[in-house]
Design a binder for this molecule. Sequence first.
Ligand code: NI
Length: 192
Amino acid sequence: MTTVEAAIAYVQRLFHDDSGGHDAAHTLRVYRNALEIASLEPGCDREIVALAALMHDADDHKLFDTKDNANARSFLMENGVPPDRIERVVTAVNAVSFSRNRGKRPETIEGKIVQDADRLDAIGAVGIARTFAYGGEHGRSLDASIRHFHEKLLLLKDEMNTRAGREMAQARHQYLADFLAEYEKETAGGEW
Ligand code: NI
């Protein structure tokens, strides 16, 4: 088994009972998005991209009570990844988080790719599904979820780091914009 295959099995175990936006399925979609972007970015290290995508939520503070990327680090160490490569994965992972890095772009190409891959999963059809699933879980009204599209998700297409990521974001953004237009049409005049 390659390290990447082991990482896939690891995240499936790690997230097995989480639902809402952050689960194994999200991580695997981010991994696939990241590989697609990486295939168009000749300067990146694809194994670092793959491992960082797979580990990007492994120490998410909303889900796990770990410090200093402990889950990612122990997985990588146990699988014989050399220390300098572990640091590269962790650096990329830590550059992805939206809340921790408000306004700051990742410095490495691998971080840029994984951040784009994670953002792609927040828009398009899957972004719509995740937003309402999260909203339902947290007792938010439909209108509150709609506001989240306008305040955050519609801005993402202009915040992509890579050219491939930007191109992939276009179609998903359009899908989101069309959905919102239709939603507004169907709810117009609905206030009593
Ligand atoms: Ni994520």
